[in-house]
Write a protein that binds this ligand. Sequence first.
Ligand code: GLA
Length: 307
Amino acid sequence: MPSEPLAAGAWHGRAPGRVNLIGEHVDYLGGVVLPAAIDRYTEVWGRPAGEWSVDSAVPGGLAYVRAVAAELGAGPQAVRIESDVPPGAGVSSSAALLVAVAAGLAPSIDGKKAALLCQRAEHRATGVRVGVMDQFAAALGRRGHALLLDCATLDYEEVPFPEQIAIAVIESGEHRSLAATPYNERRREAESGDPRRRRHVDSEIARVHSFVSALRDGDFTRMGLLLNESHRSLREDFEVSTPAVDALVETACESPGCYGARIMGAGFGGSVIALVDRARTSEFEHSIGRPVLFCSTADGAFVRERP
Ligand code: GLA
């Protein structure tokens, strides 16, 4: 947070990364998804300037910042970015950046509107026709909850997420920028009704509903099984996994305290999400043998305090 008041015209925004518990590759088809904002944040400070500049430890942010500014009709800015949302780790550092800029430049707009404009900004910046899930979670996620989001209507419900479960994100080490993956191709195939791709989409949407029932019942074993089924479907029917990710999912599933695991996000490498008994996180990490990002749910940038 800024330690001093902002100068006239200067702005500051902050937004979290996200995980997706279940509902993968269905957002751009108007399906239902269950993401949550997480306790890792991107902060952006800016002020109007004669030309664009971005000061950031992570390269590549300028296209995103400019795209949000373009959506909001803002001119060139001098911008500084700080973030503990790891890039390329599948926790949507791009959505965190987009939404942080929107929150800084237009703090009073509605959260849904912010999510939609950030989605358009991502299309503009990358040419990848992403759905609205990541930006929505970064804007309107709620601490202690996951968001059951209907991507056709943007209606959503906050579903309580239990403290006893740690959300573990494990990087596969295979990182590709979305623009370099067949993401748009998969989207086209699913939109044009390819039977195998549709089988994933329809079964995944059913799994989201089953997962939410299991979550409400506190049935962690069932939640884990649904994650495992989701992975199978993403691997076999949607074909967005890789052998390295499959191996990691298997290791995670066999590790102590793990209820279930699957590939998360766009795929083609990237990360695995596992749900782990919070009392057994050290055993779990030890068994995985590589760094695990344990996260908790958090508030999105456009969440208003409850009265
Ligand atoms: C990326 C996109 C999302 C969504 C996921 C796959 O994270 O940004 O819109 O399509 O992939 O579920």
